[in-house]
Write a protein that binds this ligand. Structure first.
Ligand SMILES: Nc1ncnc2c1ncn2[C@@H]1O[C@H](COP(=O)(O)OP(=O)(O)OP(=O)(O)O)[C@@H](O)[C@H]1O
Length: 760
């Protein structure tokens, strides 16, 4: 397809682009060396911090330049006015002209959406395939109405090459072959909630990742300070997608599972699906609120507290007004505690004052015993002293702690789960006794992902009395902000002097890539993490944009947590309701979103499956039609000529089949997807498979449950015992749908001989 002369022409342009990239790297390296040499003990504290921040930023920029080495330039547009644009992973200029246009720039958009009918002034679109720094293939499309075909696919040859390449266990970016319907999602406005619904393999995950990169590029000012959060279903999945954003030179994104979103807690505990389902219900908000109220007690029997060898009595009548006042103040548990404590101290102080302040000379002058009370010789200052002494008294403190303890989320939940009485009391209006019994567990053993939204909710209910720390932090921040503003003014002023004949757009100085508040944050912390990194350590962090992948799996409690992290509701929600595996998951996107945005959300649908060839999609549709006719697989973009195989047999037969499949795999990757109860037997019978809770997907062959396989793909997939997968869960059809749509090339379906199984 590509003539030698055009290849030579592209090669020479490519060499110029790489040459310029090398220059940019060398310049940043020089700057880095220069600031590093200056780093150390010299200068003021502020100057040292400034140098550290600059070092960090140059290192970050260098890493971005290093990350774009592979596939730096992948396309060219020839425009009607004779202009020619090369499209690539980042923008690169020399002193006179742009050499490479960033794929996210508006000028690059026609590369993804132009058609013969709507050509956007493009006359030719060229896909350039490279290996290292060498051009290996060109694929030209003339956007000429006379030559228009009805193909809806852009850059067909490049797309097919990408789709049929061996899988590696790591997802690749799709930047050179994004399709028009995907491009519309990637470049959609960031405001509000955008739901992206699409069947398996339609590129939802790929689109979500490219959207994050696009948003950070286009709305950098708004987003880089707050960061972008991408939530994925599990750690294996995050590892699978982890290379995509670095290959797009983006570092401002936090990839996390829901279990990672409560700093200080690593939620890896496994638990039965029915327990996770209860924890995910919206009524758990009421259960937790009741659990907190249950920790705000008054004594059933009066408490005796000995102070200065005299007994004081603390009764329900003393404590009830204090509790009412504390509850009525509208503050959260820990923040309301001082009000309760003040009420209790008042009650105790009166008792002490009555004892020590009685007027020794008081008498009933008329002997009629008609005085209301003994006049007290103590004044307000004395009473305040008594209260202060009582507040310091350990026995008083212990009594108050028992009645209204300072609670952390971890303590509240640990003590709630650890007591069936506490569970039944807190759950009385929302849970059955049997459900409370399911939630009960011994203390210890770690936290599960479903616990994390509850810990977060508990943190909201409890609050943290950190007023002093916040005031001090605000003062410190203001000091750094004014310093940072000064630094930016100076560096902006010195820009042309420092850079002289450099390309200023391509070599940023501090003022280009930082705002004063970002710089102040970094200086103040004396460590220079990106917003995403800092967000990971801060429960109160509010993200600029949140992207949720496999969103159909999230519980109502999980949504509450995510919405708290994104009060602006700038969100992209990506999922497929037909692939829902969890119990208690939503029936529709409206159900999920209504509590937060009513009906103010947009829906975009992806309709073409890029992963799975037509033969496998047809088979899947046939198998699922009698089980769940509502499942309609998406339209495949290609066929492979390889029909799926079906077999029935013993474990030995399966072992024989697997050795053939693994042998004929070549460079690709294979997965066996089997019911959870079969995992032990199959792991023992098939030692060539990598197994475990988070198997390394870069290994050649892995054994997975459906839950683990969600979102992943392999060249070859063997699904074991589909009937059992169907029977194993109330959403069995969805599970089978997920399993059958994982392969990019070959599918095998193996059923044990009737009446036998390969495990529990
Ligand atoms: N435009 C494209 N160009 C090249 N490859 C693509 C394109 N779109 C999607 N793909 C590839 O198709 C495969 C499926 O994409 P992805 O995993 O994003 O789909 P998905 O909709 O998230 O699937 P699932 O619902 O099963 O999780 C991936 O290998 C992805 O790289």
């Amino acid at each position: 397809m590509s003539s030698l002369s055009s290849r030579a022409e592209e090669q020479s342009h490519l060499s110029v682009i790489y040459g310029r990239l090398d220059e940019l790297r060398a310049e940043i390296r020089d700057r880095l060396d220069h600031t590093r040499r200056g780093t150390g003990s010299g200068g003021t504290k502020e100057a040292r911090s400034m140098r550290d921040a600059a070092t960090y930023m140059y290192a970050e920029r260098l890493a971005q330049y290093e990350a774009v080495e592979q596939g730096l330039c992948f396309g060219r547009l020839d425009l009607r006015d004779g202009d020619r644009l090369h499209i690539g992973r980042i923008g690169i200029h020399d002193s006179e002209q742009p050499l490479l246009v960033d794929w996210r720039a508006p000028a690059a958009r026609p590369f993804y959406v132009a058609t013969a009918i709507t050509p956007y002034d493009v006359t030719l679109r060229r896909h350039i395939r490279t290996r290292g720094r060498t051009v290996v293939e060109l694929d030209d499309e003339i956007l000429d109405l006379d030559a228009a075909t009805d193909s809806s696919v852009v850059g067909e040859a490049a797309l097919l090459a990408a789709l049929t390449a061996n899988r590696t266990g790591r997802m690749r970016d799709i930047v050179s072959t994004i399709q028009a319907e995907q491009d519309r999602v990637i470049r959609a406005e960031p405001g509000g909630v955008l739901v992206v619904q699409g069947g398996p393999g339609t590129g939802k995950t790929a689109v979500a990742l490219h959207r994050a990169a696009y948003l950070l590029y286009t709305y950098r000012e708004q987003l880089s300070a707050r960061g972008v959060l991408i939530v994925g279903p599990n750690a294996t999945f995050l590892r699978y997608i982890s290379q995509v954003l670095p290959s797009l030179a983006e570092t401002g994104v936090l990839l996390a599972t829901l279990g990672d979103l409560f700093p200080g807690v690593t939620a890896r505990r496994t638990e039965p699906a029915e327990v996770a389902e209860i924890k995910g219900r919206a009524v758990m908000v009421d259960v937790l609120a009741a659990a907190v109220r249950d920790r705000q007690r008054v004594p059933e029997e009066p408490l005796e507290i000995e102070v200065d060898r005299h007994p004081l009595r603390l009764s329900a009548a003393d404590c009830e007004p204090a509790r009412e006042r504390a509850r009525a103040c509208g503050l959260r548990h820990n923040l309301a505690r001082p009000i309760f404590v003040a009420g209790v101290l008042d009650a105790l102080a009166v008792q002490v004052a009555d004892r020590i302040g009685a007027d020794p000379f008081w008498d009933d002058p008329l002997g009629e015993d008609d005085a209301l009370a003994s006049p007290n010789v103590l004044d307000a200052a004395d009473l305040a002293d008594i209260r202060a002494d009582l507040a310091e008294n350990p026995l008083v403190q212990a009594a108050v702690d028992a009645l209204w303890p300072v609670l952390t989320p971890v303590r509240l939940l640990t003590e709630l789960y650890g007591s069936i009485d506490a569970l039944v009391s807190a759950g009385s209006l929302a849970l059955s006794d049997a459900e409370c019994a399911l939630l009960w567990r011994e203390p210890g053993g770690g936290w599960s992902p479903a616990d994390v939204p509850l810990l977060d909710e508990a943190a909201e209910l409890l609050g943290e009395d950190d007023r002093d720390a916040r005031r001090a932090a605000a003062r410190e921040q203001a000091r750094w902000l004014s310093y940072a503003q000064g630094v930016l003014d100076i560096t902006a002023g010195s820009k042309s002097y420092e850079l002289e004949d450099d390309d200023e757009a391509a070599i940023p100085n501090v003022a280009d890539i930082m705002q004063a508040d970002m710089l102040a944050d970094r200086l103040a912390e004396r460590e220079y993490r990106t917003a995403a990194e800092r967000a990971a350590a801060d429960r109160d962090w509010v993200f600029g944009h949140v992207i949720v992948d496999e969103a159909q799996e999230l519980s109502p409690m999980a949504w509450r947590l995510l919405m708290r992290r994104c009060p602006s509701r700038s969100m992209t929600v990506v999922g497929d309701l037909a692939q829902t595996g969890t119990l208690g998951a939503p029936a529709g996107w409206a159900d999920v979103l209504a509590p937060y945005v009513a009906d103010r959300w947009r829906l975009a649908e992806l309709t073409v499956s890029y992963r799975t060839p037509a033969e496998i999609m047809d088979y899947t549709a046939r198998v699922l039609a009698p089980v769940d006719p509502s499942i309609v697989p998406p339209r495949p973009v290609r066929s492979s000529g390889v029909a799926p195989w079906e077999a029935t047999g013993t474990l030995d037969d399966l072992v024989a089949r697997m050795s053939y499949e693994i042998e004929s795999l070549g460079e690709g990757r294979l997965a066996v997807i089997a019911p959870a109860g079969y995992q032990a037997t199959l792991a023992a019978a098939l030692p060539a498979l990598t197994t475990g809770p988070a198997p390394d997907l870069e290994e050649r062959a892995v054994l997975l449950t459906v839950g683990q396989a969600k979102g992943l793909e392999f060249d070859t997939v063997v699904v074991v015992d589909p009937a059992r997968l169907l029977a194993d869960s109330p959403r069995g059809a969805n599970d089978l749908y997920v399993a059958l749509t994982r392969p990019t090339r070959r599918l095998g379906v193996f059923t044990p001989v009737p009446g036998t199984t390969f495990g529990r």
